[in-house]
Design a protein around this ligand. Structure first.
Ligand code: ZN
Length: 289
């Protein structure tokens, strides 16, 4: 593709910002970059553009507006699941049957499949995180190789309060360490950029107005290295994480995650616990009974 052209999808943009450096932006700031299916598939198209362009060596990933991500769009991911409106990019097909079969297939395609796909993209990726990074937003930052946070960034996985063990891409133990992963999940506390940096989840913390420049400078430095060696370095580190049980953990945790969804569906009549949801997403009491 041409080097200067900005490609605009509905909820994401793709742009070459320096020789060898592509920038992908979530572009749904009015919804704090809430991840609906459209945004997810748009991001996937952007990653594919970066993967296919031989001149691109490093990918920056950010979010427009005051916050990196408010997480999954809680309005957009109930049945009927929207993946049927998109061309699938993984092998879990659309299932109309309903129940666990439909929900599990959907989350394998849109959450787990996408995250593993982006995590395994062989080119170095750098997340630029500002403001709030909530639940599904963690998944998006975590699949990147490097995370640069602005000093106002805060992180949270509040999903246990919703009656589910945590977000679908369950990388907490690898990002935070065993004990702090448990604390983060059990308490649902917000952690700031300094704490995330101290735990090794974040590579660097910079001033908010320096976030993009700092990230771009790092990307340019990486882009000076030979592409194949970069790919092999990334693959070797990812294999090391795989050897620590990364993939088995993801699959097992997703099965437990769906046990939680199924439990909630039986006792709450929806896949998450009503009490743990923000008020505007709760069903009226009579509808839930
Ligand atoms: Zn789920």
């Amino acid at each position: 593709m041409s080097e200067e052209k900005k490609v605009e999808f509905k909820h994401a943009t793709y742009e070459i910002v320096a020789p060898g450096v592509a920038k992908i932006m979530q572009a749904r700031p009015e919804a704090r970059n809430a991840q609906n299916a459209q945004l997810t598939y748009d991001l996937n198209d952007c990653f594919d553009l970066a993967a296919q362009d031989e001149k691109v060596k490093v990918v920056l990933l950010g979010g427009e507006g005051p916050h990196f991500s408010s997480g999954h769009d809680l309005r957009g991911f109930g049945p009927p699941f929207p993946q049927r409106d998109f061309k699938l990019v993984n092998t879990w097909g659309m299932v109309r049957e309903g129940g666990v079969h439909s929900r599990y297939s959907f989350e394998q395609e849109v959450f787990m499949g996408m995250c593993q796909r982006w995590r395994d993209m062989p080119k170095p990726t750098i997340a630029m995180v500002q403001g709030k990074c909530i639940a599904g937003g963690l998944m998006l930052a975590w699949v990147c190789d490097i995370i640069i946070a602005s000093d106002d960034a805060t992180f949270v996985d509040p999903v246990v309060a919703m009656g589910v063990l945590g977000v679908e891409y369950f990388n907490h133990p690898y990002e935070l360490g065993i004990r702090k992963a448990k604390e983060h999940l059990f308490t649902g506390d917000w952690w700031d950029a300094e704490e995330a940096h101290r735990l090794g989840m974040v590579n660097q913390v910079v001033k908010r107005d320096n976030l993009e420049d700092f990230s771009l400078e790092m990307a340019k430095k990486i882009a000076e290295r030979p592409m194949f060696a970069l790919k092999m370095a990334k693959k070797a580190v990812n294999i090391a994480q795989d050897n620590m049980g990364h993939r088995a953990t993801q699959e097992t945790s997703l099965a437990l995650h769906h046990m939680c969804h199924a439990h909630n569906a039986e006792v709450e009549m929806m896949a998450v616990r009503q009490e743990g949801m923000p008020e505007k997403f709760r069903k009226p009491k009579e509808a839930a009974e």
